[in-house]
Design a protein around this ligand. Structure first.
Ligand code: BT5
Length: 326
């Protein structure tokens, strides 16, 4: 892509000017074509200083999602190295499943500016206006199916750590897959198995973060929050995506090498509601008890009437009894 080659040339000399003539010669473009490319880059959010005598220099890359800027931020070995970038898509999870069945490698990432039919668990709608981070990672982990089902929990840890690094906020995890800040949902995770779990073990992990959207862009009745409103500024979405991918790759490696136990500890350190009363809805019935944590297999542990009960993620809804969302 010509645009990426221009950016590569500018980025090779940080802070310095590169002449229009040099760019046109190296990339075999007319000066007018170079000018047009620069205009396009500025429109995409790149800050480029142009001086008639000296040429062009790159001052800043966009905060909005951008495939070149994201690739530059990556610190991973595999995750995000194969990148499918869309302006508009129905759902990055659906696209990732389709690509995983065809050609996508371990670590491939599907990312979109906007989703028209983003979804959560049980086909619940996930509102995905422009400005959020909507992405799905294809994983072919070296894990059994039982272990792989815990990847939602591992991803929760990665998202919390990336958000803590980049925003200074300390969100927590509501079992199994919600990232909350002060009782409101900032991010959600949806892990799905692709096809039959036979020889090729493939999962897609969808991550949605209400990043650079305003809270008013989401339905008012949702117990949701946006980073933009909490911070009063926009975040660099490329850095946020790269940071989540870095922590997820680390977590996955640890999981493959040492099993779930160390990650379970990390998850518990970031979990919300431990020791608190909760209500669990399962098959139309509501159980009350105290959240005691998660079992080694990732199931929720709830103590009720002196007994310990286990719940698996697919079958229940968890609520705080005092009406708080957590
Ligand atoms: C989730 O489901 O929390 C998983 C969300 C995963 C979204 C990502 S975005 C990229 C990828 N592509 C997809 O199509 N999906 C993934 P669940 O726990 O079922 O929660 C869904 C519920 O969250 C909805 O029923 C709403 O109540 C609420 N909700 C919808 N949109 C929201 C938003 N933007 N922020 C906060 N809450 C929302």
């Amino acid at each position: 892509m010509i645009r990426h080659k221009i950016l590569d040339l500018l980025a090779e000399r940080p802070g310095e000017f590169v002449s229009g003539e040099q760019i046109s010669q190296e990339l075999n473009l007319t000066r007018a074509a170079v000018w047009k490319q620069m205009k396009g880059l500025k429109e995409a959010g790149y800050e480029i200083e142009a001086q008639t005598k000296n040429g062009y220099r790159l001052l800043a890359s966009p905060l909005a999602l951008d495939s070149w800027a994201l690739a530059r931020e990556l610190e991973t070995e595999n995750l995000g190295r194969e990148l499918y970038f869309y302006e508009d898509i129905s759902s990055t999870n659906e696209k990732a499943k389709e690509l995983a069945r065809q050609r996508a490698a371990h670590g491939a990432v599907v990312i979109a500016r906007r989703q028209s039919a983003g979804h959560g668990r049980m086909q619940r709608l996930w509102e995905s206006p422009a400005g959020g981070l909507w992405m799905t990672v294809v994983l072919k982990p070296n894990l059994s199916l039982a272990e792989a089902s815990k990847l939602t929990l591992v991803t929760g840890v990665a998202v919390v750590d990336a958000l803590r690094d980049l925003t200074g906020l300390k969100p927590g995890i509501k079992w199994p897959n919600d990232i909350l800040f002060e009782g409101k949902k900032l991010a959600g995770i949806l892990a799905e198995v692709v096809g039959e779990w036979t020889t090729i073990q493939t999962m897609v992990i969808g991550i949605g973060v209400n990043a650079n959207i305003e809270r008013k862009d989401l339905s008012p009745e949702l117990p949701a929050a946006s980073l933009h409103d909490l911070l009063g500024r926009k975040l660099d979405l490329n850095r946020l995506a790269a940071s989540i991918l870095k922590y997820l790759e680390q977590g996955l490696k640890e999981f493959e090498q040492d099993g779930f136990a160390p990650l379970r500890e990390l998850w518990l350190e970031r979990a919300l509601g431990i020791g608190r009363e909760c209500a669990i809805e399962k098959g139309g019935q509501v159980y009350r008890g105290i959240i005691r944590g998660i079992a080694p297999d990732g199931e929720l542990l709830v103590e009720a009437e002196g007994k310990e009960h286990h719940f698996s993620a697919g079958e229940v809804r968890l609520r705080a009894v005092n009406g708080e969302y957590f």
